[in-house]
Write a protein that binds this ligand. Structure first.
Ligand code: FES
Length: 176
């Protein structure tokens, strides 16, 4: 099966002239010790993301070959799991909790404020990669709802005014 890529896709063909083969080699090394069986695909993706910060496009054909499947099947798994990144992470990432307690306490308004001030929708980053917004699940720290996490630090309970202030500070390059 031939998998085609286009410009509107999140994926583009591996570019050997720009380090594509080097990245593919890194991925091959990271796969060492992982059984080439489908149940181990997810652990493989997590290992790649842990080491490289994301799962680069160059990993797709390598994974397909290793797990004896098609690039389309690999892409399907990557697309299904929102925690798998397909782009390098931004320098500063605001993790917005989408859990029920945060939503009940106004998390939706916090999200709208962050997106408006940053000028960036959820699960994307500014074009320069400086700041990104990412939707995450509840991790049990609901006493701080509604909250965001930045670099492992919890910020909450957040009101709309605080969310606006936070986004402005980050845009100015200041710490949260
Ligand atoms: S719902 Fe947001 S931390 Fe639990």
């Amino acid at each position: 099966m031939v998998l085609s890529f286009n410009r509107s896709s999140r994926w583009s063909p591996p570019d050997a002239a720009h380090g594509g083969e080097e990245v593919a080699s890194q991925v091959r090394v990271l796969l060492e010790g992982i059984k080439p069986e489908r149940p181990f695909l997810l652990p493989a993706l997590h290992r790649i993301q842990e080491e490289l910060g994301y799962v680069p496009k160059e990993a797709v054909p390598v994974l397909a070959s290793y797990f004896n499947t098609t690039p389309a099947a690999i892409f399907g798994v990557i697309s299904f799991y929102s925690e798998i990144r397909t782009e390098p992470p931004p320098k500063v990432e605001i993790e917005w909790c989408s859990g029920p307690a945060c939503l009940l306490k106004g998390g939706g308004k916090v999200r709208t404020a962050l997106e408006a001030v940053l000028g960036s929708p959820m699960n994307s980053a500014l074009p320069d990669g400086s700041i990104g917004l990412r939707l995450v699940q509840c991790d049990g720290t609901c006493h701080l709802a509604p909250l965001v996490r930045i670099g492992g630090r919890y910020i909450g309970p957040l009101g709309v005014a605080e969310a606006i202030e936070l986004a402005r500070r980050l845009k100015e390059g200041k710490p949260p």
